[in-house]
Design a protein around this ligand. Structure first.
Ligand code: MG
Length: 306
């Protein structure tokens, strides 16, 4: 018997949850919590509080929360690369940056075709070291989560940063507002959310799945994987079995690999993003509007933090 923290829509979901586990609230006091990234070596999680222009850190060893970075260029999404470095999407910096081992910040991408990026939103690192990110306009639309400015590019695209030469290429250019992004565990597909419904009446509120071409650098045919049933999808991650755990309006929605909504983790606030963490990668950290939550699952985040 699962606790009320879970809602089972398909019996497959029962195997992904533990019987006596509840949603835990770890911190509250944010305006819009986003961009969680877990550092296994340090046993801590960082996440963004975008309107408050800060990045917070949850220390898993003692449960304390401290300020990791403030001001923080209105960071949004984060991930950790294969060398354990923090990769950040900066709204106000209008770039994707990396914190090096010596603590210095390196801008990895701030332009495409000579024009400034809009406001990178979410990011993922492929096993070959390439960095893939989305660039909607949420961070330049208003003064609330960045500095308001017109889009120089005039479109909201998905980009790839080449690990060898740093070149930025557009890999998908037909999105309204690309948002959360992650590879399937085998990296044969790239999944990207479109939250275009924020800007276009009856616009997209779905996740698209793209075939990654044999070159590993470009995308082929694509399909709509799932359409959100409550609110909007934002950030999401896969477990090792290919189940997709995504943010939604009433909690975290879990989709089986073929696209069926099989269950939910219910939260009292709208969820913006999730990531797996903990020493066994079986703890899902959930950024839910004002608060950071977590819950243990009978599932593990795919292979390594990305
Ligand atoms: Mg996002």
């Amino acid at each position: 018997m699962l606790t009320p923290s879970f809602e089972v829509l398909d019996e497959r979901f029962e195997k992904l949850a533990y019987g006596n586990v509840h949603l835990e609230k770890l911190y509250t006091g944010c305006r819009w919590a986003e961009g969680p990234a877990y550092f296994p070596a340090g046993k801590y999680l960082v996440w963004s509080d975008i309107p408050n222009d800060r990045v917070l850190r949850y220390d898993e060893t003692d449960g304390s929360v401290s300020t990791f970075l403030a001001p923080a260029m209105n960071h949004n999404g984060h991930t950790v690369d294969r060398e354990g470095r923090l990769i950040s999407c900066e709204h106000r910096g209008r770039c994707v940056s990396r914190i090096e081992h010596d603590g210095k910040r390196t801008v990895l991408a701030d332009r495409f075709d000579g024009k400034r990026l809009n406001s990178p939103n979410d990011v993922v690192v492929k096993s070959d070291g390439s960095i893939w990110f989305t660039d909607p306009t949420y961070g330049i639309d208003t003064e609330y989560e960045g500095d308001a400015a017109p889009s120089e590019i005039g479109a909201s695209n998905v980009y790839r940063i080449d690990p060898a030469n740093g070149a930025v290429t557009a890999v998908a250019t037909d999105f309204v507002k690309p948002n959360g992004i992650a590879f399937s565990p085998d990296e044969q597909e790239l999944y990207v959310v479109d939250t275009g419904a924020t800007h276009v009446k009856n616009g997209p509120r779905h996740i698209r799945a793209f075939k990654v071409n044999a070159d590993g650098k470009s995308l082929g045919e694509n399909r709509v994987f799932a359409t959100c049933t409550v609110g909007l999808f934002d950030g999401f991650r896969f477990d090792t079995k290919g189940n997709l755990w995504t943010s939604a309006g009433d909690g975290v929605h879990c989709y089986a690999p073929e696209g069926a909504l099989i269950g939910k983790i219910k939260t009292p606030e709208v969820v913006a993003n999730v990531c797996f963490g903990g020493p066994k990668r079986n703890r899902l950290f959930i950024c839910g509007t004002t608060s950071l939550y977590s819950i243990y699952l009978n599932a593990q985040g795919a292979t390594w933090p990305r």
